[in-house]
Design a protein around this ligand. Structure first.
Ligand code: SF4
Ligand code: SF4
Length: 437
């Protein structure tokens, strides 16, 4: 059990109580990390990729008995998170890691009922009824049920939002109710229905790890409003959540990859905000980047027209601005030319934009190096684009050629060590640095 309290709270005596109970006080760094993770409650789903959930409210003094009973009666791994409320109750969120793609998932699902039964036997109750347990709504909400139903009727007369959540869905609700009555037998079957950690294999030419991420996504939607692409286009299909959902639909044969869908992956601005916001720390932007190559290069879908123009320019003139190659070093001012070495340990890589468009950036960077007394060289007319636009375009073959060209030329100039590679363009650094040396 971990205890957190604000800095301003008087906790005299707590330290002694913790030690008496055999506990210890964690270093500040760990407690800060744990606190930071509070709002990433679903991160645990990375252990899944799917979960069988069970949420119950139980009396505080029965928590340890309930946890022991869960351990005794359920042989599959159960992850439990608890929150203590002021009125002496504890909300237990229980998750059984599983795989929804396995047939055993349906059988193991009944274990959620077993957890509810254990809670009820100990004076607890379900956290919420929902569609699955609509017949229990009265027990869960008590007197508030009528009030809740009236509000829903008033604001949602056609029952569009969470339909049938209070009334249930006929046979479906009855079947679950019956399963609850056969709990011991269902538990026996459920306990035999575990799966090992699922390794996803490539399927329909989608890489296995990307498939795994698609099934791991909790569809929580934390990434949606943050997404640049969603902000611009306004459709859920443009957001990370929508794209993970599409991948699952494609794998299940309910959707197909066409040009419109390809454009959805190409339109990502690569801002990476989703990676920061994702509850599960899924590598979202990188997954879309890899899928672009999959879609454009491997499946022959079209990339965006500006990328095609850049690729032509790159192949012919080695820059994305459709400028002549021989003009690439024209940014170098006359007075600096004698100071730039033919070969040196340090190389300054200007990049396309600083070489042809924002020349003042290249000039200022080179002057700084010179003024700092650093001997450096440049690739001059032999410098090529860093290639990153081709990564984003899905044209990884063009990227590879251009990268090899740059690295080869860098080595000819004696600059072989990644520590001695300098650029004013962050993207150039990000993509060239790992390959130099
Ligand atoms: S990287 Fe792409 S998917 Fe992620 S937030 Fe930015 S635009 Fe959206
Ligand atoms: S990708 Fe979006 S919807 Fe999926 S888990 Fe991450 S934040 Fe939630």
């Amino acid at each position: 059990m971990q205890l957190f309290y604000p800095d301003n709270r008087n906790v005299d005596g707590l330290e002694d109580a913790i030690k008496e109970a055999g506990g210890s006080i964690l270093p500040e760094q760990i407690s800060k990390h744990e606190t930071g993770e509070w709002f990433r409650t679903m991160k645990v789903k990375r252990l899944g990729p799917s979960f069988i959930p069970a949420e119950v409210v139980v009396p505080q003094d029965r928590v340890s008995t309930i946890i022991n009973e869960i351990n005794e009666k359920i042989s599959l791994l159960v992850l439990i998170e608890g929150m203590v409320s002021r009125d002496g109750e504890v909300v237990l969120l229980c998750f059984i890691p599983h795989s929804e793609r396995s047939f055993k998932f349906n059988m193991a699902f009944s274990l959620g009922l077993s957890i509810i039964k254990i809670a009820e036997d100990n004076g607890g109750r379900m956290y919420a009824s929902g569609l699955y347990f609509a017949d229990q709504a009265e027990k869960v909400y008590g007197e508030r049920l009528k009030q809740l139903m009236d509000v829903k009727k008033e604001f949602d007369p056609s029952d569009i939002m969470n339909p049938e959540t209070f009334t249930g869905r006929g046979l479906f609700t009855s079947a679950l109710s019956m399963a609850g009555k056969m709990e011991p037998m269902m538990r026996f079957v459920g306990n035999m229905s575990g799966v090992d950690k699922t390794e996803f294999k490539d399927q329909k030419n989608i890489p296995g790890d990307i498939i795994s991420h698609a099934y791991t996504c909790a569809q929580c939607g934390y990434c949606v409003n943050e997404c640049d692409q969603y902000y611009g286009r306004g459709w859920e299909s443009q957001s990370p959540r929508g794209k993970w959902f599409f991948i699952k639909e494609y794998l299940a044969g309910r959707d197909e990859i066409n040009q419109e869908q390809t454009d959805t992956f190409l339109a990502c601005t690569t801002c990476e905000l989703c990676d920061v916001r994702c509850q599960l720390d899924l590598p979202i932007e990188n997954s879309w980047l890899r899928l672009r190559e999959n879609l454009v290069q491997q499946r022959g879908k079209m990339t965006f027209p500006p990328f095609e123009i850049m690729a032509q320019s790159l192949n012919k003139e080695r820059n994305i601005w459709a400028q002549y190659r021989q003009g690439r070093d024209e940014w170098v001012p006359e007075d600096l030319k004698p100071k730039i070495k033919e070969k040196a340990d340090y190389a300054y890589f200007a990049g396309c934009t600083a070489s042809f468009v924002e020349k003042d950036i290249a000039e200022a960077s080179a002057r700084m190096l010179s003024d700092a007394g650093i001997d450096f060289t440049i690739l001059g007319k032999e410098e090529s684009c860093c290639g990153i636009p081709m990564l984003a375009a899905g044209k990884w073959d063009v990227f590879e050629n251009i990268m090899k060209m740059n690295v080869g030329n860098m080595k000819k100039k004696r600059c072989q060590n990644r520590n001695y590679f300098l650029s004013c363009m962050l993207v150039c650094v990000a993509y060239l640095l790992p390959t130099v040396g």
